[in-house]
Design a protein around this ligand. Structure first.
Ligand SMILES: *Cc1c(COP(=O)(O)O)cnc(C)c1O
Length: 364
């Protein structure tokens, strides 16, 4: 097939449920007449997802970024330093800055790209309030090591678990660790509600506070605290419910694509290390090239044939131009320079995967 005839392949393509299944939820919205403000579909989605994730306190919100900001606010963190990872999507750092806190970057593990626990303690100061690690690509942080340090120094733990939906670690949902874990249900994520996010909260009172501040901090005419609008609509919840009905097949398809990539690449590119006790969710297919030069060479070849992988995550967030100071994170910077995610989505066919891997092997 010529490049023109072939449909472009991007790193991801949003899953769409059968239209009539979504429209059945739209019918229900027209019947109820309620469009937002904790409507019946939002409440139903919260119940269904809380049950699936084994979460006692689950708050559905407008997106994964506001989820991080609400988490900081709900835990009473208004200033000070937050220890975090430089290897993530920019929202992990921007949410800390937007809440007027200071991100303190701790470098990552070279094998699965999560925060290096052995380097956390030296980064703690009297101003440290919390640790905000990321289960990047759905791979678990050293949750026990992080909790031990948090307990020793009286720090809160907020996991940016935007990639962790459906990963199970040591017999528990990966989003059940920490004081709060946040999720993103953006259209490009494994499970989505077009836009959306959630907070999984350990403590009942913190969850009640988060519920209050996500709807302006008031009940009727009684105003309790400063809040914001983090409420989600019935249409988003309807898309979430329609998608959730297919979560089993979504995960199975992604697993099959991952296994096909593995077998066709035959170990030619480095992959994250397997972690004992992890049931992976197949959220991403990251590969490590030998060098940035090799990555760029493969990208040039793929792009010329209409295939667009993404440099996730690049640049390393400690190098963001609007930070006040630069903290070197050599492992994250080195990995960022030569890592990419290959296309992975439900509609990707076996022939597509064969085509992509053939091009990669040629370029290598
Ligand atoms: C997608 C993502 C977010 C932001 O989520 P939105 O729903 O897009 O606001 C935050 N952190 C990570 C690691 C992400 O991948």
């Amino acid at each position: 097939m010529t490049v023109e005839a072939r449909e472009k392949i991007f790193v991801t393509k949003p899953y769409l449920p059968p239209k009539e299944e979504y429209l059945a939820y739209v019918d229900r919205i027209y019947e109820s007449g309620q469009l937002t403000n904790a409507g019946p579909l939002v409440c139903e989605l919260e119940r269904v997802l809380a049950d699936y994730l084994g979460a006692e306190h689950f708050q559905y919100v407008t997106n994964g970024t506001i989820a991080l900001q609400l988490a900081l606010k709900a835990l009473g963190i208004e200033d000070g330093e937050i220890i975090t990872t430089p290897f993530s999507y920019v929202a992990t750092t921007s949410s800390i800055l937007w809440e007027r806190c200071k991100p303190v970057f701790v470098d990552i593990e070279p094998d699965n790209f999560t925060i290096d626990v052995s380097k956390i303690e030296t980064a703690i100061t009297p101003d440290t309030r919390a640790i905000m690690p990321v289960h990047v690509f759905g791979y678990p942080c050293d949750v026990d090591g992080i909790q031990k340090i948090a307990d020793k120094y009286g720090l809160k733990v907020i996991y940016d678990a935007a990639h962790a939906f459906g990963s199970v670690y040591k017999g528990k949902s990966l989003v059940s660790y920490g004081d709060i874990s946040t999720l993103s249900f953006h259209a490009t994520k494994l499970f989505h509600t077009v836009e959306g996010g959630a907070c999984i909260v350990k403590d009942k009172d913190v969850s009640a506070k988060l519920d209050l501040i996500k709807r302006f901090g008031h009940n009727g005419d009684e105003h309790f605290t400063l809040g914001i609008n983090g409420k989600q609509s019935e249409f988003h919840a309807g898309m979430g419910l329609a998608n959730f009905a297919h979560i089993g097949e979504i995960k199975a398809k992604r697993k099959a694509i991952t296994e096909l990539y593995d077998s066709l690449l035959g170990g030619k590119l480095q992959r994250p290390a397997n972690k004992n006790g992890l049931e992976y969710n197949y959220a991403y297919y990251p590969v490590l090239f030998e060098s940035e030069e090799q990555l760029l060479r493969v990208f040039e070849k793929l792009n010329s044939e209409g295939v667009y992988p993404r440099r996730y995550f690049y640049p390393s967030l400690n190098k963001l131009p609007y930070l006040k100071e630069y903290t070197p994170c050599p492992v994250s910077e080195e990995i960022s320079s030569r890592i990419a995610c290959l296309p992975l989505f439900v509609d990707l066919s076996g022939e597509d995967v064969e085509f992509i891997t053939k091009l990669i092997k040629e370029a290598l």
